[in-house]
Design a protein around this ligand. Structure first.
Ligand SMILES: [Zn+2]
Length: 358
């Protein structure tokens, strides 16, 4: 019955605490209790009815869980500093395999999202979180909080704001989608997801340097905001696309782009599964999801196009553009086709570490 009033967080957990505290996961104000967890996993919403598609959990080992009292004030520590208070209201576990199937569509541990989920410590602690202090995690720490971006959008009188999620150095397909957004919106908020990353992923430095180059050279700078979102990729495909949209709503965006295979990994999801889930929740998210297809470069059209604007899909004229291919080409030390990635972007990465180590 010894009372323990401290939990040491790892980086992933700290970033969750921070995002909760900053309102990035609103209406989530803490770690989910079992009722909320089950509702999100099974019904895609919180008990209140608000759509929420992914569980937000704090995992601890059994011994620690036994030492913590419900209703007490627990200090959450990261790197030796108290960063938040947690008021625990529930301790629970779940059938990891069953829940993984519901979230990821599979319980195959070769799926990186499943692998992470099933390796979480055995007990989940629910409870309200109060963020006391942010720690500079050294990974291009989020400069812009939800309060900051909402202020910027308001000051500029931007009413229609499009959010864009990415994990890649900018390529022409993403640029095309971003420019579609700029055609009809007041502003564009490009918010690359950084945080704990797998080896072989682009470094935050590479992604942000690439974007700075692109924005400075090829975008109307006064209508584009570059931020970062430090959280881990869950690789939950369609569910994560909705989650990403909810987060951008909380940063003040009115629209969010979901392209091909959003938050997918290694072919686990259909290319447009996320569009289908987005359509299901249309009008219920407080943000409009722009379901955009393609794009690709077509040699006959001699431009970037999508299946909606080009009749040559399925022919050799089509040059697909995706983040994985770009990673491989750059990783080989080769120069991607400038139709697919701007040479100014590639050159700006010359002296920058491109990929994460293990
Ligand atoms: Zn064409």
């Amino acid at each position: 019955m010894a009372n323990n009033s401290q939990i040491n967080l790892n980086l992933t957990q700290y970033l969750e605490v921070e995002k909760i505290g900053l309102g990035a996961f609103f209406p989530i104000m803490g770690f989910m209790n079992e009722t909320e967890f089950k509702s999100v996993v099974n019904e895609f919403c919180l008990p209140s009815g608000d759509i929420f598609t992914l569980p937000i959990v704090l995992d601890v080992d059994e011994k620690l869980a036994n030492e913590i009292d419900i209703g007490s004030t627990v200090e959450l520590l990261y790197m030796g500093s108290v960063v938040a208070h947690l008021i625990p209201n529930d301790f629970y576990n779940c059938d990891r395999s069953l829940v993984a199937k519901a979230i990821f569509g599979t319980d195959d541990p070769n799926h990186p999202g499943v692998k992470h989920f099933i390796s979480l410590k055995p007990v989940f602690v629910g409870g309200l979180v109060k963020l006391l202090k942010r720690i500079d995690t050294g990974i291009w720490h989020d400069k812009l909080t939800p309060a900051d971006t909402k202020n910027i959008f308001r000051e500029n009188k931007w009413r229609r704001m499009v959010g864009f999620q990415t994990r890649n150095v900018p390529h022409r397909a993403h640029e095309y989608l971003q420019k579609i957004a700029l055609e009809f919106a007041d502003g564009l908020f490009i918010q690359p997801l950084i945080g704990q990353r797998r080896s072989g992923d682009f470094t935050p430095e590479a992604i942000l340097t690439g974007y700075e180059t692109l924005i400075n050279g090829f975008f109307p700078k006064d209508r584009v905001i570059l931020g970062t979102l430090s959280t881990f990729m869950r690789f939950a495909g369609p569910r994560e696309a909705i989650f990403h949209a909810i987060i951008r709503r909380n940063y003040g965006c009115t629209h969010f782009i979901v392209g091909r295979d959003h938050a997918g990994v290694g072919g686990w999801y259909g290319e447009y599964d996320a569009h289908r889930l987005a359509n299901k929740f249309e009008g219920k998210l407080g943000i409009t999801i722009l379901c955009l297809s393609g794009p690709y470069f077509c040699e006959i059209c001699d431009s970037l196009v999508t299946e909606k604007t080009c009749p040559h899909s399925g022919t050799d004229a089509v040059k697909l553009i995706n983040g994985s291919d770009m990673r491989q080409i750059l990783g080989d030390g080769s120069f991607p086709n400038p139709k697919l990635m701007r040479h100014e972007v590639i050159e700006s990465l010359n002296n920058i570490k491109l990929f994460m180590d293990e």
